[in-house]
Design a protein around this ligand. Structure first.
Ligand SMILES: Cc1cc2nc3c(=O)[nH]c(=O)nc-3n(C[C@H](O)[C@H](O)[C@H](O)COP(=O)(O)OP(=O)(O)OC[C@H]3O[C@@H](n4cnc5c(N)ncnc54)[C@H](O)[C@@H]3O)c2cc1C
Length: 509
């Protein structure tokens, strides 16, 4: 293990306080928070740019978000606006554009409704379809507000830090008790107390599925409280210049406060000394040592690839028994003529024709059209449409190059045909098309099997089974979507704040 750093390295290897593997939003929030507290931080990113699933690519005059486009956490008040706070902590900021509608749903049974930014307007839209459930609808969504208000009343830091927990309990006893109550609950348990209409319950399933990729019965109430309320509180806001700007700005802030980042720096091993994580080895042979190591790679990548799988800590084995990898996506990045979009088109859409197919590959189609908010992401007269739908990597393996290309073409044709229902003339208006498969997601996002993230294998007790940042390996922490509270940019930002807080206490910063 006593390997030396490359003599060509421009980085002084003597004493990093913290080495962060990966520059996803979770990794960058953790890194910036620690650097702002004076820690000597090094971020190692295998790709050319930061951001991971919140990255971007440029092609033919278009700027595409590779993944996330519906962004929470950019509000200006409360404590749940974690992206705003993360940027502020390192003296950078981003212009954002408010999205008036979170999602326009196009669902079976003629359910065609918009989730308006204004809460009462949303309730009105939904109640118009289910007048008999007027009371139940309000009661359920008001419960979500209760969760949100608890979260939004306190500073969100590490739940693994007893002194912080104690302080929060004394400052906000009712909010803490509220959270303790909802922590082990899933949406399905709560919603059935208020709503009986089977079609409305299917709608609530979709409300959960479209960000948790599991139905209401398996979606933790804490996460639902955040999403179903913050969309009306801080709102959904799109960063000017594209989602990739968030990571770019965090890196700018990181460097301002003395942190460092290296690109094309793929970590191949976490190094241990007497069982403790003490450094990392890169694929090119370089070695860096740090007092604390943070992995922003998925837990599967961390404990099966960066560490010997046969030495996996028991807690990780147990976690894998509770959680599995969600499918990846088939993504269509399109450039289209502006006249393809009917007047009044919203930025985000969900399309599903048969309820039974909601969670199947190619069942639900997700659509984002960020140029409706920021036209500068495409040449004049054109829009970008990012459309994606769940797909498993195993369906794309073992194919010859020709079979692979044919399969991509056929799948893309099917998606475009279905989207014609919302955007008549889409096929004819196509100016650019790039199709990404689960293999593309695995390669460019650095995520095992291209997975969107962990999902419960069976109905769990809310978020209770999701691990925090410390791991079974001393000195090693995880951050990002395979830690509490899960997927989504604001969620991984939460994980980043919590991880940095725990490490800062451990290092005495
Ligand atoms: C298609 C799609 C659409 C989505 N839509 C939304 C949305 O609208 N709103 C929303 O909030 N969320 C959305 N998400 C989810 C959100 O993007 C993710 O939950 C979040 O970005 C994950 O962040 P993370 O910190 O866990 O790290 P990741 O984004 O997974 O980043 C990890 C980084 O670590 C690097 N890395 C991995 N291994 C190594 C290694 N060995 N050495 C060096 N570097 C390494 C990777 O290259 C990557 O840059 C979407 C995701 C996808 C894929």
């Amino acid at each position: 293990m006593a390997e030396n750093p490359s003599p060509h390295s421009s980085i002084d290897n003597s004493a990093f306080d913290v080495i962060v593997i990966g520059s996803g939003i979770g990794g960058l929030v953790s890194a910036t928070q620690l650097a702002a507290k004076g820690a000597k931080v090094l971020v190692l990113e295998s790709y050319l740019i930061p951001g991971g699933s919140a990255g971007y690519f440029d092609s033919h005059g278009y700027r595409f978000d590779v993944g996330a486009s519906m962004i929470f956490g950019f509000g200006s008040q409360g404590s749940t606006n974690l992206l705003t706070r993360a940027l502020e902590a390192v003296n950078v900021s981003l212009e954002t554009i408010p999205d008036p509608v979170q999602i326009h749903y196009h669902l079976p049974n003629g359910l065609d409704l918009k989730v308006d930014r204004i809460y009462e307007k949303f309730l009105e839209n939904l109640t118009a379809y289910f007048p008999d459930e007027k009371r139940g609808i309000r009661c359920f969504y008001d419960k979500c507000w209760q969760v949100f208000n608890c979260l939004n009343s306190m500073e969100l830091l590490s739940l693994e830090e007893p002194r912080y927990l104690l302080r929060m309990f004394f400052q906000h006893p009712l909010a803490c008790l509220g959270l303790v109550k909802y922590l082990p609950q899933n949406v399905g348990d709560v919603v059935k107390r208020y709503i009986k209409d089977p079609l409305l319950l299917k709608f609530i399933d979709m409300e959960c599925y479209c960000w948790s990729v599991v139905p209401a019965a398996m979606t933790p109430m804490i996460n639902a409280g955040m999403v179903f309320s913050d969309r009306h509180y801080g709102g959904v806001n799109y960063p000017k210049g594209g989602v990739g700007q968030i990571a770019q700005k965090l890196v700018e802030g990181l460097e301002k406060v003395g942190g460092k980042i290296e690109y094309q720096a793929r970590v191949s091993r976490i190094l241990r000394d007497k069982g403790r994580a003490v450094g990392v080895k890169l694929a090119d042979g370089r070695v860096y040592y740090g007092k604390r190591i943070v992995s922003n790679a998925t837990r599967w990548d961390t404990f099966e690839k960066l560490l010997p799988p046969e030495e996996m800590p028991i807690a990780e084995k147990k976690w894998q028994q509770r959680y599995q990898k969600s499918p990846s996506f088939l993504s269509l990045h399109m450039g289209v003529k502006a006249n393809v979009l009917p007047e009044g088109t919203e930025c985000h859409h969900i399309l599903l024709e048969e309820w039974e197919k909601m969670a199947e590959p190619e069942g639900t189609i997700f659509v984002s059209i960020p140029t409706l908010l920021d036209p500068d992401l495409a040449p004049g007269g054109y829009h970008i449409i990012h459309s994606f739908t769940p797909h498993w990597i195993h369906d794309w393996q073992g194919l010859s190059p020709r079979e692979y290309e044919n399969k991509k073409e056929e799948a893309a044709r099917g998606i475009i045909e279905r989207l014609e229902k919302i955007f008549p003339g889409l096929d004819g208006g196509l100016n650019y098309l790039e199709v990404g498969t689960p293999k593309t997601h695995r390669r460019f996002l650095g995520r095992v099997d291209g997975t969107y993230g962990p999902i419960p294998r069976y109905k769990l007790r809310g978020l209770l089974g999701m691990p925090f940042n410390r791991t079974g390996i001393p000195g090693l922490y995880c951050v990002g979507d395979s830690t509490f509270p899960g997927q989504g940019l604001n969620a991984v930002a939460f994980s980043g704040f919590a991880c940095a807080h725990r490490i800062a206490v451990d290092l005495g910063l």
